[in-house]
Design a binder for this molecule. Sequence first.
Ligand code: SF4
Length: 312
Amino acid sequence: MHLGHLHGALTNWKQLQEDYDCFFFIADWHALTSEYANTKVIKESIEDIIVDWISVGLDPDRATFFIQSKIKEHAELYLVFSMITPLPWLERNPTYKEQLRELEQKDLYTFGFLGYPVLQAADILLYKASGVPVGEDQAPHVELTREIARRFNHYYGPLFPEPDTLLAPTSKLLGLDRRKMSKSYNNAIFLTDSDEEIDKQVGRMITDPQRARRSDPGNPDICNVFSFHEIYTPGDVVRQIDGDCRTAAVGCVDCKKMMAANLRKALQPIRDKRSILESDMDRVRDIIDAGNQRARGIAEETMAEVKKALKV
Ligand code: SF4
């Protein structure tokens, strides 16, 4: 996982696990929608992601961690929902259109890619979730989930609650190229990156695009490096950088070096925890098995209710 995940989702999840009975899952069926031609990478990522979660402070004793494809009911409920979801609901999905544009190197004109919000609805409603933490871009999918729940309840009787959108604060951190940080865009800094990789990636970051020469004053308000400083650099230093940037007293190269040093320092405890976990992967697998078992119990119950309602 990368810094966009950390500041967009994981920090928020850490808070939610204090207040809710949380279910966090690895969406490996979803990963197939864009990685169907390279499935090896999906399996390799699963344990890595769980290790990332625990390293940043998600707690398997408080929340349930599980893997989507290990719970067959996700696929079953997806099938049922796909029967009742009108095609225009999916075609008007703004994320669908955006991703088709952004990931034009991949052939995403597939049934599965168009239908992934239906699978999301199954993921959510299988556990009769009361809320779903999402970024703004995913909010339309939760709305679609509510519509699917309403439609199911209308045809077959009241079974599913309509989940709330728990809007997560949007991460201010953009990718290296100032687009949204994403592995697919090759513009991310990962929690697992080494010191050398962090330095290299920070060196690639686009700063204030108007600042062509070292002697030009910069504008930290539109600089992505500065957004990183605001998270990783002490407040008094941030204020100093703000002034020095505007008067060209500091150059972007030095400014980036300072930021990279603070970023490395902040990620160190996460990396330390990761290396302890990596030396005991059996424990990680036990955590996943226990989570799968708990999730499966609930999913089986819901699916039995669905079949009863459908009279199938
Ligand atoms: S000096 Fe720092 S804050 Fe200013 S434009 Fe360069 S990298 Fe951004």
